[in-house]
Design a protein around this ligand. Structure first.
Ligand code: AVJ
Length: 320
């Protein structure tokens, strides 16, 4: 399609925009084209992800919520003294409410790449918990994270729920766990949710639901990329694909070209053959022992694990 090219995202700062454009272009020009899953989360993407968490097929959110609710008192005991609750990828700040109630921390820090959405959620949380000093930090948590100097060092609990760590390949996940450990002094800890391996008949529908919400979520990435890059992707030219890659123990999401396509943007273009894909997301399902090894390698100490009766999902507290 011609004539659809716009100026690239004018609201981003120059250097951030240059880095984003370089990253997008580089991924799109690879033999197996790819776009990072972080580009799924523009404001429409955040709304669609919230809808996904309520789908009957999407078990992770409600399974984790049930674990957090059912293990409440035992968990609160294990997490005693956590004065500074820091949620990575906080999004709508929905999951942290229970912890705010049971732990009564003095500070909450929400960290997320989607700044405007985050600030709104943090504002709502602050209204609900008037004693809480609530802060919003807009950051890409894959980058080494520096927290503002007014966040106390002692008594930090990092909260990384939702199996978001599953989006990263094992090497990067290992690196990120190391970065998390580096944010903590010896009295700190990490509370992390991970999705566990299970039969494909449950895994695949969770990422390819009957109502097509996940398909819209995946396709929306193209509109976000158009906005950032000034490209001329048409959602209608692409099809949502999700499957479990057994060898790597991960769900893969792709967008598949329905016909031969030429996609252009101000600095380049790419031909796609019919059936060629853009890889948009991995969602790793780590066996629990493997993940506990990764925590130990990152320098974490004793771990306590809570899970559901089917062992579909685990919430792990790792001491610094
Ligand atoms: C937010 C990364 C945990 O991998 O399950 C949901 C994202 N992608 N449906 C996941 C997602 C498609 C989700 N995480």
């Amino acid at each position: 399609a011609e004539g659809g090219r716009r100026e690239a995202a004018p609201e981003l700062a120059d250097s951030a925009l240059r880095a984003t454009l370089a990253e997008l272009q580089h991924g799109l020009m690879q033999p197996q084209a790819r776009v990072s899953p972080k580009f799924l989360y523009d404001s429409r993407g955040c709304d669609l992800f919230e809808q996904i968490t309520r789908l009957p097929e999407y078990y992770p959110t409600r399974t984790e919520a049930a674990i957090l609710a059912d293990s409440g008192p035992a968990m609160a005991e294990a997490l005693r003294g956590s004065e500074v609750l820091i949620e990575l990828g906080a999004g709508n700040c929905e999951k942290v409410r229970g912890l705010c109630r049971s732990l009564r921390p003095r500070h909450f820090v929400g960290v997320d790449i989607a700044g405007a959405f985050l600030r709104q959620s943090v504002r709502r949380l602050a209204e609900e918990f008037p004693q809480l000093q609530a802060h919003a930090v807009t950051a890409d948590i894959t980058e080494p994270l520096a927290l503002p100097p007014y966040i106390p060092q002692a008594g930090r609990l990092l909260f990384y729920p939702g199996s978001s760590i599953g989006n990263f390949d094992p090497e990067q996940a290992q690196r990120m766990l190391g970065q998390m450990r580096a944010l903590l002094s010896d009295d700190g800890g990490l509370l992390i949710g991970i999705d566990l391996p299970k039969p494909i008949q449950w895994l695949e529908p969770a990422y390819d639901d009957a109502q097509g919400v996940t398909a819209r979520f995946n396709l929306n990435l193209l509109s976000h990329v158009n906005h950032l890059l000034g490209s001329d992707f048409n959602e209608g030219d692409w099809e949502h694909v999700a499957f479990f890659n057994t060898e790597h123990s991960r769900i893969e999401m792709h967008l598949r070209a329905r016909r031969p396509l030429i996609v252009g943007w101000p600095q380049g273009l790419r031909h796609f053959a019919a059936g060629e894909t853009i890889h948009t997301e991995n969602s790793y399902k780590y066996p629990l022992p493997d993940f506990l090894d990764m925590l130990a390698c990152a320098g974490f100490g004793a771990c306590q694990v809570w899970t559901d009766e089917r062992q579909w999902f685990a919430v792990i507290h790792a001491h610094a």
